[in-house]
Design a binder for this molecule. Structure first.
Ligand code: SAH
Ligand code: SF4
Length: 368
């Protein structure tokens, strides 16, 4: 099988080109063509000698995973369903706002960590996405959104908050992050690329060492008893260790705060006492809070906290001088349609390629 050039960051391409006796600067040209100009074949690469293009075409290709669903909500939030193999589909979501546009990207099909309130977790783990399948979501969305509108690019921020736990797939995630940051590819600043983790402590250290970007941590509870239940990886890396890892991360991070995500579950973690427990967290780690109203799904056993309860919760934090954002109810119409969309794809492909797993991710917003 031909190698997929979407799998390589700059260093990887340089190694690849060296192995076929080509000059390293070719990698810069090729990166530029693929990621800035959106080239999907070698014929487009007009400043590269025909002979080299022919040689590349013999052993390499640019293989983007196909889009099998595309829906746009009234508020312009857009979701794509991307088929990564016969049995798996993942989602990418674009959230336009004034002055910025955020693409939410998936890193795994399913997830092994099984958080109590997460529909991806309930699917179980299926497999890691490759670098090509991760960066392919950005490549595709960049192209679908028109890449450049004048000097403005529609995608200004990327968050790894889609399906899966990015820190359990760092081997593939790191080259994808490097491409997001590379000036010859997407050229995003480290502050505008956010990885979200449920708290895989050793991999937080690795991310800090190898490619520090903005970090969001899915906290959801400040004490171990409750967090053990909601986020089972807490049994391995309890809150104390997680907060210590956050502090270490901040020594290398491009931002001077961690974003703590906190899903609002009615009667579970949304009392004023729960909010006060977060003040103790904030005393130990410089942070901002992003409250996410729970996104219900059948059989979850949880309910969304009322707007009133979320407001009182946020007030406890704000009165202590903390920055709190609450996820706006954006894209809800296609949140609902999203399940149906996955269903449609399943129906269409069952006859040919097997049944893709249901893809359903919540839309979250981070401070940027
Ligand atoms: N695995 C990573 C990133 C993907 S999940 C992580 O857990 O951080 C992105 C965010 O959505 C996380 O904060 C996650 O806890 C939250 N989330 C998961 N299921 C949700 C649901 N049903 N409603 C609201 N937020 C949810
Ligand atoms: Fe995995 Fe994140 Fe879902 Fe937990 S919330 S199961 S870590 S995707």
């Amino acid at each position: 099988m031909k190698v997929n050039l979407l799998d390589f960051d700059r260093a990887g391409l340089e190694r690849l080109f060296a192995s076929i006796g080509e000059k390293p600067f070719r990698s810069r040209q090729v990166l530029h063509w693929i990621h800035q100009r959106g080239a999907a074949d070698f014929d487009a690469m007009t400043d590269i000698a025909k002979s080299l293009r022919a040689r590349l075409a013999q052993s390499a290709e640019i293989r983007v995973p196909p889009v099998v669903g595309d829906s746009i909500a009234a508020d312009a939030t857009r979701k794509w369903l991307i088929q990564v193999d016969g049995a798996n589909a993942v989602e990418a979501v674009f959230i336009p706002e004034t002055g910025r546009g955020t693409l939410c990207v998936s890193s795994q099909a399913g997830c092994v960590l099984d958080c109590a309130f997460c529909s991806t977790g309930k699917q179980g783990f299926n497999r890691n996405l490759s670098t090509a399948e991760i960066i392919g979501q950005l490549w595709m969305a960049d192209r679908a959104l028109g890449r450049r509108q004048g000097a403005v690019r529609p995608i200004t921020n990327v968050v790894l908050m889609g399906m899966g736990e990015p820190l359990l797939n760092l081997d593939a995630v790191l080259p994808a992050l490097r491409l997001m940051l590379d000036d010859d590819a997407y050229g995003l600043s480290r502050r505008r690329v956010t990885v979200s983790t449920s708290g895989v402590v050793p991999e937080m250290d690795r991310l800090a060492r190898e490619c520090p970007v903005a970090l969001a941590v899915s906290l959801h509870a400040a004490d171990d008893a409750l967090r053990d239940r909601l986020v089972p990886v807490n049994r391995k890396y309890p809150v104390r260790e997680l907060l210590a890892a956050c502090r270490r991360y901040l020594e290398r991070a491009p931002r001077d705060f961690i974003t703590f995500e906190y899903v609002m579950l009615d009667g579970v973690n949304d009392s004023p006492a729960d909010a006060r427990a977060l003040l103790r967290v904030a005393a130990r780690v410089r942070c901002k809070f992003n409250l996410i109203p729970f996104n219900p799904f059948p059989g979850s056993g949880f309910q969304r906290s009322s707007a009133e309860r979320i407001r009182s919760f946020a007030e406890v934090l704000q009165r202590a001088g903390l920055t709190v954002t609450t996820r706006k109810t954006r894209g809800e119409a296609i949140d609902a349609a999203c399940g149906q969309l996955a269903g449609d794809v399943a129906d269409r492909t069952r006859r040919t390629a097997g049944r893709p797993r249901r893809a359903a991710i919540p839309i979250v917003e981070v401070n940027a």
